[in-house]
Design a protein. Structure first.
Length: 367
């Protein structure tokens, strides 16, 4: 039987976190995971980008949150988004941490309910300069809660899809690490590589900027529009690249991020590599990914970071004989074909999950 309840009433605790003073270096880089809101993005959290020490925990309002809690970002770019922490952790003050009472609700069901309520949460946020939610506001949110057995049935369907999506992501990470290991075997650890010398990347390839595409001029289609973000900015009816294609984000917070696309794209606010390298594209992609941190270090501009093609052209690359590059590329192609297959399956499963989610949560589909 479905009941209308307050979100706070099915929690043993609802709390925000805290930030240790950055003036004290001894408060950071400890063994306690510390989550920031930019890491809350509809996913399971297994690690955090930053950690704090016991001293940092005791000196701040940060609190240890048990694993399998539900976390909601209260303000910032990810306001209204949620996540599940699969490890005990602490959070900053912009996270609302819901420690679910497991006798009343399945934490995964609450997570999916909140994912489905993202627009509602975002609409409830207040503030002109920055959208804000509060812990009391979230705790006072009403939800429609079926019985525990029904919750678990719904979770079983959605979670099985998410587990497969997550498995494919992890498999792709492993495959790409294998590709990087093979690259190092051929071009870094190979004793013959010492005799090849180094040349600038610009002597091999000539990165070119994409073409701007406004939302007004975007025609509905299936072609990803790749801009400065980590995810496509939309779908268009036309492409301005070949496939596969490498992009490097040109501007914004992710300036310098290197990505590989298995299908044609519209490259907007990105740098894309010209079509003359299509035969050995995986060689250049892995070279750029191995140098990802160095590329980030080339950013210019304080308010708005930028990366320019001339920066990439200055990177030093082994002056490898063409036949060696060809041999490497032929061996590694199978790895990237498998990665692309997994990506397509991720897209299919994600679409299925996103279709089922609102119908299961609303009760339109009965199990």
């Amino acid at each position: 039987m479905t009941q209308t309840v307050l979100l706070g009433d099915i929690c043993s605790k609802v709390t925000s976190g805290g930030t240790p003073s950055t003036k004290h270096y001894e408060y950071y880089n400890g063994n306690i995971s510390w989550l920031r809101t930019q890491e809350v993005n509809f996913s399971n959290i297994y690690s955090t980008e930053k950690t704090i020490t016991e001293a940092g925990l005791k000196s701040s309002s940060a609190k240890l949150i048990p694993k399998n809690s539900v976390i909601i970002a209260m303000y910032g770019a990810t306001a209204g988004k949620s996540a599940i922490n699969k490890i005990p952790l602490t959070t900053n003050q912009a996270c609302c941490n819901l420690i679910i009472d497991h006798t009343k609700a399945d934490y995964r069901y609450i997570y999916y309910y909140l994912v489905n309520s993202y627009e509602k949460l975002l609409g409830a946020a207040t503030g002109a300069a920055q959208q804000n939610l509060g812990t009391k506001q979230i705790a006072g949110m009403t939800i429609e809660l079926p019985g525990l057995d029904e919750q678990k049935k719904i979770v079983g369907i959605l979670n099985s899809l998410d587990e497969k999506i997550e498995l494919n992501h992890k498999m792709n990470e492993t495959l790409e690490q294998m590709g990087q290991a093979l690259f190092r075997h051929y071009f870094v650890d190979n004793v013959e590589a010492e005799g090849w010398g180094k040349i600038n990347l610009g002597q091999k390839i000539h990165p070119k900027r994409g073409k701007s595409l406004t939302s007004k001029n975007m025609k509905v289609g299936t072609i990803p529009v790749v801009s400065g973000g980590l995810q496509p900015a939309g779908l268009h009816s036309d492409a301005n690249t070949i496939a596969p294609v490498i992009t490097v984000s040109a501007s914004g917070a992710n300036a310098g991020f290197v990505a590989l696309w298995g299908d044609k794209i519209w490259s907007a606010d990105s740098t894309f590599i010209d079509k003359t390298i299509s035969d050995n594209i995986y060689f250049y992609y892995i070279f750029l990914k191995i140098n990802q941190d160095k590329i980030y270090g080339m950013q210019t501009g304080a308010a708005q970071p930028h990366i320019y093609p001339s920066h990439l052209e200055l990177l030093e690359i082994p002056n490898t004989p063409d036949d060696i590059i060809f041999e490497f590329n032929s061996k590694i192609t199978a790895i990237f074909e498998m990665i692309e297959k997994n990506k397509k399956e991720i897209q299919t499963l994600t679409t299925l999950r996103d279709t089922l989610l609102p119908r299961l949560i609303s009760g339109k589909i009965k199990i």
